[in-house]
Design a protein around this ligand. Structure first.
Ligand code: AR6
Length: 185
């Protein structure tokens, strides 16, 4: 795990599974527009949270690229799930602006709900085809800019599923963020 300190906010980069982050108040779902089960992160989250999650998301769907909505966490160890729809790379344009909006709107929703810690998967980088390196820069920029206005939220964790995605994220963060705090394995 690598931790950066950004204006008093801890930004953590870890390799792991988004459904196994029990110390976070909220996790973010890389959702589909219908907020249905789906594959990847959405599949893992719905499977771990249980069928009651679907009852709640039914009432909130559909959502548009860049939007974010909040539900309970049900059987997940987290109190809340924030569902956001990333852009499909090459289709939903402008991709960068829409992906940035996913992070900004999720963080805004977290603040509005007095959430202090949140975990993000690499939105849009799976089935939606967004190149990981480009997506990493967008996510880091969004968090960096949010850190200047964050109030209650004090911990943001990027959870990368594969070792290679984790390593790429680390490399990009090293270049992008100068104030490294600590490094643990
Ligand atoms: N924990 C953390 N990261 C994960 C996990 C996990 N359990 N599973 C996959 N990833 P994706 P998208 C990584 O496809 O690109 C779904 O079917 C994965 O390696 O989940 O936004 C939905 O229903 C990749 O790096 O999300 C939508 O239709 C990243 O998370 C569509 O896919 C995102 O992969 C959304 O596509």
């Amino acid at each position: 795990m690598i931790i950066y300190k950004l204006n008093g906010l801890a930004l953590e980069i870890v390799q792991g599974n988004i459904v196994k982050q029990p110390d976070l108040e909220a996790v973010v779902n890389a959702a589909n527009a219908e907020l249905k089960i789906g594959g990847g992160v959405a599949g893992a989250i719905h499977k771990a949270a249980g069928p009651k999650l679907r009852q709640e998301t039914k009432k909130l769907a559909p959502i548009k690229p860049g939007e974010a909505v909040l539900t309970g966490g049900y059987n997940l160890p987290n109190e809340f799930i924030i569902h956001t729809l990333g852009p499909v790379y090459g289709k939903d344009k402008p991709e960068e602006k829409l992906l940035r909006a996913c992070y900004q709107n999720s963080l805004k929703l977290a603040e509005e709900n007095e959430i202090k810690s949140i975990g993000f998967p690499a939105i849009s980088t799976g089935a939606f085809g967004y190149p990981l390196e480009l997506a990493a820069e967008v996510s880091l920029a969004a968090v960096k800019s949010f850190s200047r206005e964050a109030e209650l939220l004090n911990r943001i964790r990027f959870v990368l599923f594969s070792q290679s995605d984790y390593e790429s994220y680390q490399e990009i963060a090293k270049k992008y963020l100068r104030t490294k705090k600590s490094e643990r394995n």
